[in-house]
Structures are given as structure tokens and as C-alpha cells.
Design a binder for this molecule. Structure first.
Ligand code: GDP
Ligand code: MG
Length: 177
């Protein structure tokens, strides 16, 4: 849909991080292509996807990076974070362990990332709330204590996915303009 030479006022990078299996790749494909995959394989990942978004009267091109499964081996390198203005840190609301690991991801983000990076904590798989292991309040309180944004999403049912990316993008725009 997007062409490289299309006129845009801003180009910025954002990254997806979080444990393997939490739904990062599906959040991105839902946002960038409107697609969801039940059988997505952790080892097959895109490097990044683009989407152009109108913010006010400006055209912003968001380049969103996804891991190619290297998070399983804790092998994400500093170059992944380099230059990123936004970060979406995802856990799975049905897997407590993925929430506990958020602290570790946040530490890595703060070590390698920009100090003024916009960070959104995301509890994904909201459609599976019957087997929830992390309450919404826990997620929200943690985010508040860390001074970052928070949202629960479902890539499967397309709940809050656009809002997540658009909120992050307009926050980045506020900071950079
Ligand atoms: P990643 O390893 O973080 O990139 O996670 P994936 O996007 O590959 O998703 C891992 C698994 O969770 C796949 O089987 C997806 O179909 C599933 N999944 C991802 N998002 C959701 C969601 O919102 N709801 C449900 N029920 N399953 C999801
Ligand atoms: Mg993935």
C-alpha cells in the first residue's frame, strides 16, 4: 500500500518487545495488514512493517520493528532498539510469567533505548479473559508506577489494536514536534 517515495513529513521507528508467544507479530500484522494467524510460527518474523498515519495535518510514516523470534534466546541486540522513539512491551494476560518478565524487558529498554522513548505496556489476548492470570488493575498499576502507558488488546478479535498504535504514534509526534 505504501510506496517508499510517498511524501511524508515524519518517519520514525518503534519496536515490539516481550516474551515469545505473547502476540507481538499478530498485533503488528493486524495493525499493518489487518491479518491474524492462529498458527504463526515464532521463528518466522518480518523485520518491520510500515504504515502511514495522518496526525493532525501531517503524514507520519511509522516503521515498526518486530523480532524474528530471537527473544526466545534473549538475543535481542542493541541495534534493535537504536533510534526507536516508541516501544510496545507486550505480555499475555493468560500467562503470568510473561507479565513477571516485563521488568526485565523494561530494564533492557532503558539500557539500550532513547531516554524519552514512548513506552506502552500491553496486556494482549483479552479475548481469553476467562483464563486470565493477570488482572487489568495489576497491569495498570505497574504501568503507572513506571510512568508508562497501558492498554489491554486482542489481536484475535481486533480490540484496541489500532488505538494502541495510533495513541503511541500521536504521543511520539507530540514529543518530537
Ligand atoms: P510473538 O511470539 O509474540 O510474536 O507471538 P505471535 O504473534 O506469534 O502469537 C503467538 C500465538 O498466540 C499464536 O498462536 C497466535 O495465534 C496467538 N495469539 C496472538 N495474539 C492473540 C490474541 O489476541 N488472542 C488469542 N487468543 N491468541 C493470540
Ligand atoms: Mg513473533
Amino acid at each position: 500500500v505504501d510506496s517508499v517515495d510517498e511524501d511524508c513529513d515524519y518517519l520514525f521507528k518503534a519496536v515490539l518487545i516481550g516474551d515469545s508467544g505473547v502476540g507481538k507479530s499478530n498485533l503488528l500484522s493486524r495493525f499493518s495488514k489487518g491479518e491474524f494467524r492462529l498458527d504463526s510460527k515464532p521463528t518466522i518474523g518480518v523485520e518491520f512493517a510500515y504504515r502511514n498515519i495522518k496526525v493532525g495535518d501531517r503524514l507520519v510514516k511509522a516503521q515498526i520493528w518486530d523480532t524474528a523470534g530471537q527473544e526466545r534466546f534473549r538475543a535481542i541486540t542493541s541495534s534493535y532498539y537504536r533510534g526507536a522513539l516508541g516501544s510496545i512491551l507486550v505480555y499475555d494476560i493468560t500467562r503470568r510469567k510473561s507479565f513477571e518478565n516485563v521488568e526485565k524487558w523494561l530494564r533492557e529498554l532503558r539500557e539500550y533505548g532513547n531516554s524519552d522513548m514512548v513506552i506502552v505496556l500491553v496486556g494482549n489476548k483479552l479475548d481469553l479473559s476467562h483464563s486470565r492470570e493477570v488482572t487489568e488493575e495489576e497491569g495498570r498499576n505497574f504501568a503507572e508506577a513506571e510512568g508508562i502507558c497501558f492498554m489491554e488488546t486482542s489481536a484475535l478479535e481486533n480490540v484496541n489494536v489500532d488505538r494502541l498504535f495510533l495513541d503511541m504514534i500521536s504521543k511520539i509526534h507530540e514529543i518530537t514536534s
